[in-house]
Design a protein around this ligand. Structure first.
Ligand SMILES: [Zn+2]
Length: 282
């Protein structure tokens, strides 16, 4: 009897021990599962963040590499005349020439109080205004991202004050690959600014043909014509850089000939918009 009892007791002990072992195994497994779940949750969050970043990069890339002239049919050619740094007294002459030739252009303007009527005339004639900062001063604009945005906003407020809506287009003073800005905002300032302004909803446009009218205070009219006609040879879609600040009198003189020549080459004149071919140096 005693032997039987001892055997039962022993067998119960063994059972309890086995139960304890399997229970502790389960507890451990549960703990491990909890840890794994936490790690998994963290990984998912990380993945989501990465996907978001990737989407942003894709957007920037799509915007940045939108093919030039992607909407053009075979044989079609387009030209975007752009005038920077105005308005000035010269702008009235430019506007008259555009009107006489039944074409429009895009003006990347700065802040020039006293020329309010000219800003309005630019718009009323069907042209487009883009932001080229209020000051066009490299130190003022390029010392930091917040300084740049302040300068851009100052021009926006000035334009809104005379009834012109906030532009969606901008052109960086000196273009998006200028290096003078590095002296004020550091080596990376243009990289930071180009992505920052796209994020803010602006589109910045550089150019693929330069009239060269900024090479000298007042460049010769014939050189300006030659620069444009040679620079645009064989191109389907051209964005030409001109200036309409006060000393650029020869630009206005060259303009009727340039328009005539481009028309003869079959170009259609258009104004820039957020959907136009995007020309980015950077
Ligand atoms: Zn400029």
């Amino acid at each position: 009897m005693l032997i039987i009892l001892s055997l039962i007791l022993y067998s119960s002990k063994v059972k309890i021990k086995t139960l304890k072992t399997s229970l502790s195994y389960e507890i451990n497994t549960n703990k491990q599962l909890e840890i794994s779940t936490k790690i998994l949750k963290l990984s998912i969050i990380e993945l989501q963040t990465n996907v978001n970043d990737l989407n942003k990069t894709i957007n920037t890339l799509v915007v940045g590499t939108k093919p030039i002239a992607n909407t053009l049919k075979t044989g079609e050619k387009e030209v975007y005349l752009t005038f920077d740094d105005g308005p000035s007294d010269n702008t009235s002459k430019v506007l008259e020439i555009l009107k006489d030739n039944n074409v429009n252009a895009t003006f990347f303007v700065n802040g020039h109080p006293g020329y309010e009527d000219i800003y309005k005339q630019i718009i009323n004639q069907g042209n487009v205004i883009g932001n080229h900062t209020y000051s066009h001063d490299y130190k003022t604009a390029y010392s930091s991202i917040s300084n740049y945005n302040q300068d851009v906003n100052k021009l926006n407020s000035f334009l809104e004050g005379i009834g012109i809506p906030r532009p969606t287009l901008m052109r960086f003073p000196g273009g998006s690959n200028n290096t003078i800005s590095n002296n004020y905002g550091g080596k990376d300032i243009m990289n930071k600014l180009t992505s920052e302004e796209i994020k803010k909803g602006y589109q910045y446009i550089d150019w693929n043909v330069s009239s060269g009218d900024a090479e000298k205070m007042t460049e010769s009219k014939d050189i300006i014509i030659d620069n444009v006609m040679r620079g645009s040879k064989g191109m389907k879609s051209i964005v030409i850089l001109f200036h309409d600040s006060n000393p650029k009198t020869t630009t206005a003189q060259a303009l009727p000939i340039i328009i005539k020549n481009l028309k003869e080459r079959g170009y259609v004149f258009k104004t820039l918009s957020i959907n136009s071919p995007i020309i980015h140096f950077k």
